[in-house]
Structure formats: C-alpha cells, structure tokens
Design a protein around this ligand. Structure first.
Ligand code: PLP
Length: 483
C-alpha cells in the first residue's frame, strides 16, 4: 500500500491490464505495482483508488489509453534514504521501466507556440478496431507515420490554407510528390503532356519510369495553346505545368491551359515550386492539383527535403494511397522545418523578388551576357502575364542567363563566384548557381536542351536574400567574357 492517503494497489492486480495510473494526487502514492501470477503477471500500473479518482482535477483529461499505462504518472516510488530501492520483486525490471518511463507523451495544457515534432513511427492503439479504422482513414487520428503523423498533418493544414486547397499531402521530396500525382492519375496506356522546358526530374520520371510502365508522355511548348491542343487525344489524362519553368522561367498561363484541358476532360497539375504560394495560387485559376518541392522556397534554408500535393480531397487521397503503398512519405523533423520556413516565406519572397529584379537588370547588357530571362523584366516573353497573375508584382528569385561563350564560359563563371554558391537546388537564403547542362538537365543532349530553351551556356541563378549590391558585383564580374 501507499504510504500516504488515498492511493494504493488497486483493481489492476493480476488481470493483465492495470486499470489506472497514479497521477500523483495528494501526497500518498502507492507502491504502484500490481502482481499477478504466471502468464498474467503484467499489471504494473499503480491503480487509483476511488478517492484518488475523485480527487483527480477535472481539467486533467488524459486519454483513456494513457490511464492504462503502468507508471503513467509520478506515482511509482522514488528512491529515498528509508526506501532506497526501486528494484524489488514487486517492481518491473529496470529496462521495462526505462522504456515505459521514456515513452509518456506529456499533456500540454498551454499550447506550444511551435508545432511539436512527433518523432514517432507508430502510435498506441486502444483496440484492434481503432487500428483498422485508422488504417482505413475512417476515424481521425494516427496509426503509423507512413500513413499520417501529427506534425505532417499540421504542415498539410497550413499548406492547404495557404494554397486554398481542400486537402494536402506532404512527402519525402518534390519528386515523391510528383510521382504520387502521376501514378495516382495515369495507368498503362494513358498519356501525360509535359512542357519542353521543365525540371529535369520530370523528364527522367516520364522517360525512364513511366514509359517503362506503358505511360506515354508528349513534350510540347506549353506556352503555346495550339501545341497543347494538338497533343491532346483520348488517352490524355494530365497536363503538367510549372508556374515558372525550371530553368528558363517561362510563365504558364494556368487559367487558359485549364480551360482547354477541362474542355477535353483532362486534368492540370501545376508544379508551383518556383513561385511558391506567396506569389501564385494555381488552384484559384483552375489547376486541379498543385505540387511543391518544399526543399526550395518553403523550407528556404537548404536544410530539408520535402514535397507536397494539394487539391481536392479525393485527388490528394489518391496520391496518399500511392505514397503509402509505394513509399516516399515525409519525415516529422523535415515537416517541422518546413513549418518554420512557412512563417517567413512572404518576407523572403519579397526580398528574393526585389534582389532578383535588381540583379537581372544589372546583368542585362553586361559584358559576356547574351540574354537574361526573368519574368520581372519587361523583356521577358510572358512579362505581362506575370505582372497580371503574380501577387504584388513579385516575380520570385529565379533567373536564367545565357552566357556568350557556351560551356567553357559557364564553367569559368562558376569558378569566378565569390558570394554566390555553386550548388544544385534553389529557393534558399543564399544565392545558388547551377549549370543545368551539367546538373539538373544533364540527361538532355544539345538538341533537347535547345528544345527546352537552353544551351550549354545557360546558367540558372537562384537569387538569395543577401545584399543586392554584393550579388550584382559578384555575378556581373563572373559573367565577363572568357579571354
Ligand atoms: N520541381 C522543381 C521545379 C524543382 O526544381 C525540383 C528540384 O530541383 C523538384 C520539383 C524536385 O524536388 P526535390 O528535389 O525536393 O525532389
């Protein structure tokens, strides 16, 4: 029995399921260990007496399953001078106690300002029905983190709100988001229309994965409605767009393409990675699905990998089904970082946009630079569309430049950089420069590069949030002709 009033060994003894957990009520805490016999000796929870239950503060509402846990509160005996031992035949062994003691998730009556990282692969079930219903998404909650996780859910809700989507799914990477969308909508014999100027990962997905499974793709210039119209046929299921294309910064007319696609019963998915939800919300102008690489602007600091799918609940559920069964699920820590990134996304996009415009302006006509592609420049082919459809006149941080001296000039450009970093990826606080012909689009030959609006001298620049003057000096200096 306890050495104080009110709590002692109770109903749990010997039935294998300790009914209660001491909550440290009053100063009388029982030894807290039930003892049974044979195979049924497992009741280790100190059970609450009726008095203790009555004394439990009304606002303490631990879930019922938590109450079943042994040692669920500070009720088991602590060592002291007169009672030095936790170890006794009546106590579970140290290993058992350590695992249980370190598994109790605390209640947090005061909500934390930031979303906690639920770094757990699995969740404790009350009974078999609960697990079955959770696995079928028939009740709220979480069973296994490949299916869902509270930190993922918080990010999904936040992204859904910011993209104006009914539902969202986060994934391990942008590519996982992309393959989940494509595989949820296409079957063998179906076709997808993709832009000629598109992220190289999409080229690889369509050519090396989808084609092998009998899913065909047609690459067209998606800024030309006539080419899209000509490519649509009875097998077309999906048109893929990038709000701002990687790397040539072609701007998609999402509304026009969606109207055209929907007239043929075809869906439109938009990769909104380059714009981010701070600049464009494709669902609001007719897109059916949006995907993101969270790795880029949403994370914003080159320190996470992640992706997202957004849209109507049934479409997102179909993508989730692919991720659950084919892999590519997100990680809680990455979701936490993406949530943190979201808080400063608007500020960063403003600075990225202002810096990129200043740099693009300076690079136009600079020695060694044949062409600058940036939607914020009046010289950009879709400048008017961008200014009409992008929020607050921001055009984002991505620009492409064409160096006069081709591949050798590109390599020299990278060597000369002092502020900007030569690295693949984009959308981060630091300026990142890459050479598509040897990195993101290395799978394309010269002819394919040209079809996508690139050459061996194309440089992709992801403008960061450093001081614009330093970036201008660095990039204009690096671009000077190779002698
Ligand atoms: N979409 C775009 C436009 C990208 O640039 C990238 C990667 O560079 C991806 C998707 C793929 O994202 P991740 O690298 O997170 O898989």
């Amino acid at each position: 029995m306890g050495d104080g009033d009110g709590v002692g060994v109770g109903e749990g003894v010997g039935d294998g399921v300790g009914e209660g957990v001491g909550l440290g009520v009053g100063d009388g805490v029982g030894d807290g260990v039930g003892v049974g016999s044979g195979a049924r000796v497992m009741t280790m929870a100190p059970a609450l007496t009726r008095t203790a239950r009555r004394m439990r503060p009304a606002n303490v509402s631990r879930p019922a399953r938590d109450l079943k846990r042994f040692m669920g509160g500070p009720s088991y005996r602590l060592p002291s001078a007169d009672r030095p031992l936790l170890d006794s035949p009546a106590m579970p062994g140290f290993s058992t106690r350590a695992i249980r003691a370190a598994s109790r998730a605390p209640d947090a009556p005061q909500p934390p300002v930031n979303v906690p990282i639920y770094q757990t692969s699995t969740f404790e079930m009350a009974d078999a029905d609960e697990l079955a219903e959770l696995l079928a998404f028939e009740r709220p909650g979480h069973s296994y983190s490949r299916y869902s996780n509270p930190t993922h859910a918080a990010l999904e809700e936040a992204l859904g709100e910011l993209e104006g989507a009914e539902a969202a799914l986060i994934t391990a990477s942008g590519m996982a988001a992309m393959h989940s969308v494509v595989l949820s909508l296409l079957a063998s014999g179906d076709e997808i229309i993709v832009p000629r100027a598109v992220y190289g990962g999409m080229v690889s997905l369509t050519t090396s994965i989808l084609e092998r499974s009998g899913m065909r793709h047609r690459a067209v210039d998606t800024t030309d409605p006539a080419q899209i119209q000509a490519a649509i046929n009875v097998r077309t299921r999906l048109i893929w767009l990038e709000t701002i294309s990687n790397p040539t910064t072609a701007v998609a007319d999402i509304e026009s393409v969606a109207n055209l696609a929907h007239a043929h019963g075809v869906l439109v998915a938009v990769d909104n990675t380059f714009a981010s939800p701070a600049i464009v919300n494709p669902l609001s102008t007719g897109a059916d699905i949006v995907v993101h690489s969270l790795t880029k602007y949403i994370g914003g600091h080159s320190d996470l990998m992640g992706g997202a799918v957004l849209g109507a609940a049934d479409r997102v559920a179909a993508a989730r089904h692919v991720v659950i069964n084919a892999g590519g699920n997100a990680a809680p820590f990455e979701a936490f970082l993406a949530l943190r990134g979201l808080k400063t996304l608007a500020l960063r996009m403003e600075r990225h946009s202002a810096n990129a415009l200043a740099v693009a302006d300076a690079l136009q006509g600079a020695p060694g630079v044949a062409r600058v592609l940036y939607p914020g420049l009046a010289s950009h082919p879709q400048h008017a569309l961008a200014m009409r459809t992008f929020r607050a006149g921001m055009a984002g941080g991505m620009l492409a430049i064409e160096l006069e001296g081709g591949r050798a000039h590109g390599e020299r450009f990278l060597d000369r950089l002092r502020v900007a970093v030569h690295a693949t990826s984009l959308g981060s606080v630091e300026t990142l420069v890459s050479h598509p012909a040897s990195s993101s689009h290395r799978q394309l030959d010269d002819e394919e590069l040209a079809a996508g609006g690139m050459s061996t001298g194309t440089m992709r620049i992801s403008i960061g949030i450093e001081d614009a003057a330093d970036l201008i000096e660095d990039l204009v200096g690096a671009a000077r002709p190779v002698t």
